[in-house]
Design a protein around this ligand. Structure first.
Ligand code: PEP
Length: 256
């Protein structure tokens, strides 16, 4: 049984004060139930502060939005896995479409980061997904296959099981346009089938595949009830502590 995982990608939002205010409300709304795994992914500047807030909290884990694959060195502006580990970070989002399109991250780069994260006991959340032109051109499966082969190259089956995949159709990110539950389920089932072919059926059955793209409280239940959707990566709606808590509650209700 795959434990559902709901993650808040704050992107380039939230000052220290805003992060503190978020958790004052969010932790109260969230309660103690641990049926669903919850991850908050603040900007680098708020990682230490949020880590401090979460030190004795069992219900929320800390994630980072990116990292470099090297251990240290002359990489101005970059952060390595060891620095994230020092802040008790558990997860790291890699290959988000904004990184791929705005900062030129290729599958090869995402792959180096993924291998480095796993080698340092960080769990990668690897993002893949097609653009609207690719969907309109019936390229969804070809694009997902290429991203899976490229971004996850060289992982052992054990490492694959540690990895979370986020299927995020680019046309649904921050646009208010959500994939229908059927569209998302079809993509997730295809991803799992590819993982079974490239690794093995057992590992593929254990990998959690999140959906991302304009998830909000009102569409959570229909998406999260799909058999191959194991959670959500939430951008815009995760900045509101009540709304994000509601997304978690909606997911918990499905498991009750
Ligand atoms: C994201 O950034 O991963 C995302 C899915 O954003 P949004 O929920 O705002 O579409």
């Amino acid at each position: 049984m795959r434990k559902k995982i709901i993650a808040a990608n704050w992107k380039m939002n939230m000052t220290l004060g805003e992060s503190e205010a978020f958790f004052e409300t969010f932790l109260l709304e969230l309660g103690e139930d641990r049926k669903v795994e919850v991850v908050v992914v603040p900007p680098f500047t708020a990682l230490a502060k949020v880590g401090e807030i979460l030190r004795d909290v069992q219900t929320v884990k800390l994630g980072a939005q990116n990292m470099h694959w090297e251990k240290s060195g002359a990489f101005t502006g970059e952060i390595c896995a060891g620095m994230l580990r020092e802040l008790f970070v558990h997860y790291v989002v890699l290959g988000h479409s904004e990184r791929r399109t705005l900062f030129g991250e290729s599958d090869e780069i995402v792959n180096k980061k993924t291998l480095a994260a796993l080698a340092n006991s960080l769990r990668p959340i690897v993002c893949i997904g097609e653009t609207l032109a690719e969907r309109d051109g019936n390229q969804v499966e070809a694009v997902l296959e290429k991203q899976i082969r490229g971004s996850l190259a060289g992982l052992t089956a054990d490492q694959l099981e540690e990895t979370v995949i986020a299927y995020e159709p680019v046309w649904a990110i921050g646009t208010g346009r959500t994939a229908t539950p059927e569209q998302a389920q079809a993509a997730h089932a295809f991803i799992r089938k590819m993982l079974a072919q490239l690794w093995n059926a057992d590992a593929a059955a254990k990998v959690r595949i999140q959906y991302g793209g304009s998830v909000k409280p009102s569409n959570t239940a229909s998406l999260m009830s799909q058999p191959d959707i194991d959670g959500a990566l939430v951008g815009g709606a995760s900045l509101d502590p009540r709304g994000f808590a509601e997304i978690v509650q909606e997911t918990r209700k499905l498991l009750a």
